[in-house]
Design a protein around this ligand. Structure first.
Ligand SMILES: Cc1ncc(COP(=O)(O)O)c(C=O)c1O
Length: 360
């Protein structure tokens, strides 16, 4: 890798550079990689993508405020294009390629994801006029495969394991000249997800804290960069499913997770990856609170029910995890000076025929 700090602004990131960033195999000390994406990158991303995306609403619930003793604001990315925040990062990546800022000459984009990122990248590529390919495990439900194809991507099936996913993705990248767009670690993806921070602080200018569900950490890292630049005293709390063990990692600044990467046993499938990304981890070590809000499946179900019954909104497990976090005992025990809390409802792609309480 040529340099630890990569800016998308004015600096051409060559194809080989971006690839080398994406294929980092050794952990990076927090100090060196924490400025991997800058506030300027997020600002530029906002200008690049805003006209194609929804400015999603913020909803409130008097009942929730009463239950939690705080003012809670729900940022509804379940109403975003493709029904998840992932459209932000994917579109920023595609348009940056089109502008020749990153991976100049790439003919298309490829990723491995059977979830929201796969759909978002397919949608973004179609918007930007690039070819796209999405690698999914061969046991991915047909409905998800069809959704990805519906947005215009070519589907590539692989064996249901991380090695096969990566190999298939790399093969397509090589053969077709496509840029690999990681769901959390690509600098354009991190910058794109961060654009949400501008809207949050326009909608709730005096917010004290933002609660963000994390898988690889692209969204929380991106939001943390912009939110801390706009309002340095704002607190960024990461929300995780039980088993992710993030708090110990953030406190020690070390990647304590087992390898190879594992999935956590959670009903919030959007946030089941245990490890943060190589690039997102140092950003969150720098910007996030060391206290992590951990939620169980029961708490997620309770929040999902609240969203449907009381707020009349459709959200998926990862969003419900963030809602569960604001309702949690750990949050209740926190400093009462944290009055205004923004909770990111990150997506709404839920299988309504397979809700958690249906099979009991
Ligand atoms: C709905 C939803 N919320 C949250 C996340 C976590 O995003 P990140 O990987 O950027 O932490 C994902 C990731 O797939 C998701 O689909």
């Amino acid at each position: 890798m040529r340099s630890c700090r990569v800016s998308l602004r004015g600096v051409l990131i060559s194809r080989s550079h971006t690839e080398s960033v994406l294929r980092v195999e050794q952990p990076h000390p927090c100090r060196k990689m924490a400025d991997f994406v800058t506030f300027e990158d997020v600002k530029m991303a906002r200008e690049r993508i805003r006209k194609y995306l929804h400015y999603t609403p913020v909803l409130t619930s008097a009942t929730m405020n009463k239950m939690t003793g705080r003012e809670v604001y729900f940022k509804c990315e379940n109403f975003q294009k493709t029904c998840a925040f992932k459209a932000r990062g994917a579109l920023n990546a595609v348009l940056s390629i089109k502008e020749g800022l990153t991976a100049p000459g790439a003919k298309g984009v490829v990723t491995h994801s059977s979830g929201n990122h796969g759909q978002a990248l397919a949608w973004a590529a179609a918007m930007g006029g690039l070819e796209s390919s999405v690698v999914v495990p061969n046991n991915t439900p047909k409905i998800k495969q069809e959704a990805i194809q519906g947005y215009g991507a070519t589907l590539a099936l692989c064996e249901p394991n991380p090695v096969s996913r990566k190999e298939t993705c790399d093969k397509i990248s090589k053969e077709k000249g496509y840029e690999v767009i990681s769901s959390c670690d690509h600098p354009c993806v991190i910058a794109g997800q961060g654009t949400m921070a501008f809207e949050i602080l326009e909608q709730v200018p005096d917010a004290d804290a933002i609660l963000i569900p994390a898988s690889g950490g692209g969204m929380s890292a991106g939001i943390s960069i912009a939110a801390k630049a706009l309002k340095p005293d704002i607190k960024i709390f990461v929300v995780e499913p039980k088993g992710k063990n993030l708090e110990a990692c953030l406190r020690s600044g070390e990647r304590l997770w087992p390898n190879p990467p594992q999935f956590v046993d959670t009903i919030a499938e959007g946030i089941r990856i245990q490890q943060l990304g190589m690039n997102t981890f140092p950003i969150l070590c720098k910007n996030a609170e060391k206290t992590v809000l951990t939620v169980t499946n029961d708490e997620i179900v309770k929040a999902l029910r609240f969203a449907l019954q009381r707020m009349k909104i459709v959200i998926e497990g990862a969003s419900a995890a963030a809602m569960a976090a604001v309702m949690s005992d750990k949050m209740k025990s926190m400093d009462p000076s944290i009055k205004k809390v923004v909770v990111v409802l990150s997506g709404g792609n839920v299988d309504i025929d397979n809700l958690p309480w249906m099979h009991k």
